[in-house]
Design a protein around this ligand. Structure first.
Ligand SMILES: Cc1cc2nc3c(=O)[nH]c(=O)nc-3n(C[C@H](O)[C@H](O)[C@H](O)COP(=O)(O)OP(=O)(O)OC[C@H]3O[C@@H](n4cnc5c(N)ncnc54)[C@H](O)[C@@H]3O)c2cc1C
Length: 310
């Protein structure tokens, strides 16, 4: 409950134009801890730096307030450019996209534009042997995202496309069961949006318990599982679970956000676990940066101290 209040308070302050202007003007240096840069070369540089530490990457082009079909198509084109640039540098591309950014919910030419653009992106990723993860957004989008995921797996195969389930939603364990026939590659997260109590657990203990149940069920079903959390106690429990059930280290990976718990990312990689960092980049970094600050007071202090110094 306190977590929720803190998150809401920070996000409300961050939405104020005066705060945004101040952070945009003076905060880029601070944002660079969480965002790899504003363009493709800086994102690929981060990929290579992590590679040198044995950490894999998942690139995410940031984009907020993409409204018109033209903007959605342009955003999709920017992701295609990223795939080309990664391939040209010898990097097998692994990217995440938000279907809303490429037109989900807008019908163009008789079809959902999000699906049309996702097809272009997954098709190109497959051409390069790469992978596209469909991020999960707020709860009204879950049905359509899962339906489009099913469609894309049918067209391109499950080795090139995955999606995300959020443990804070009441519906999620049933969703996982309903996807099992696809043998889906799923990223399990706790959930990052402010959801109403009619659809989501409010108590952190419930969210964490559902998280463990989801990861264990997905692993037990023999499906590739992306354990996306910075929660060390969950990470330790997953390590014990796979050991106890004889599950190979090739059947799952740990995923964390760029710049968060770098120590843990490194130590897991050194222990021989597969670790992937989610690397956001792009000019639209402000909203992403605000959400990270809203996750923990420690990050808010980091910004306040940085601004006072700067
Ligand atoms: C790779 C990846 C992809 C994601 N994709 C999605 C998605 O598609 N949809 C979605 O809704 N959400 C997504 N999320 C966000 C997720 O839902 C959570 O909001 C976020 O991961 C924080 O939850 P946690 O699991 O780390 O656990 P928490 O219980 O929030 O945190 C556990 C511990 O981790 C550390 N920690 C957590 N966050 C931070 C931070 N910002 N800075 C410093 N320390 C921190 C703290 O020590 C904290 O005590 C993603 C997260 C990751 C890691």
């Amino acid at each position: 409950m306190i977590d929720q209040l803190y998150r809401k308070a920070v996000l409300t302050v961050a939405e104020r134009k005066s705060v945004e202007n101040l952070i945009r003007a003076r905060g880029w240096g601070l944002a660079q801890r969480f965002v790899a840069g504003e363009n493709i070369p800086s994102a690929l540089k981060a990929v290579k730096e992590l590679q040198a530490e044995g950490i894999l990457s998942n690139l995410d082009l940031l984009g907020e307030f993409i409204e018109s079909p033209e903007q959605c198509n342009q955003f999709a084109q920017n992701v295609l450019d990223l795939l080309d640039a990664a391939n040209a540098e010898g990097i097998v591309p692994y990217v995440s996209i938000k279907l809303s950014s490429v037109g989900q919910g807008k019908t163009v030419g008789g079809e959902d534009l999000g699906l049309t653009n996702a097809r272009r992106i997954v098709g190109k990723a497959r051409q390069y042997g790469g992978f596209v993860c469909l991020d999960m957004e707020d709860h009204p989008r879950v049905d359509q995202t899962l339906a489009q995921f099913r469609q894309l797996v049918g067209e391109f195969g499950g080795e090139h496309v995955g999606t995300v389930l959020q443990s804070y939603l009441f519906r999620t364990e049933a969703d996982r069961d309903s996807l099992d026939d696809l043998r889906p590659n799923l990223r399990i997260v706790k959930g990052a949006y402010l959801e109403p109590e009619t659809v989501a657990f409010k108590d952190k203990a419930d969210v964490d318990a559902a998280y463990r149940r989801l990861v264990y069920a997905h692993l037990k079903a023999g499906n590739y599982t992306n354990v996306a959390t910075h929660d060390e106690s969950i990470i330790n429990d997953v390590k014990h679970f796979v050991l106890a059930h004889g599950i190979s280290r090739d059947a799952f990976e740990f995923q964390m956000l760029y710049g968060i718990r770098r120590d843990l990312q490194k130590s897991l990689a050194q222990e021989g676990y597969r670790v992937r960092a989610y690397i956001p980049y792009g000019r639209d970094w402000y909203a992403y940066f605000s959400r990270r600050i809203a996750e923990t007071p420690r990050n808010a202090m980091f910004v306040v101290r940085g601004m006072l110094k700067g």
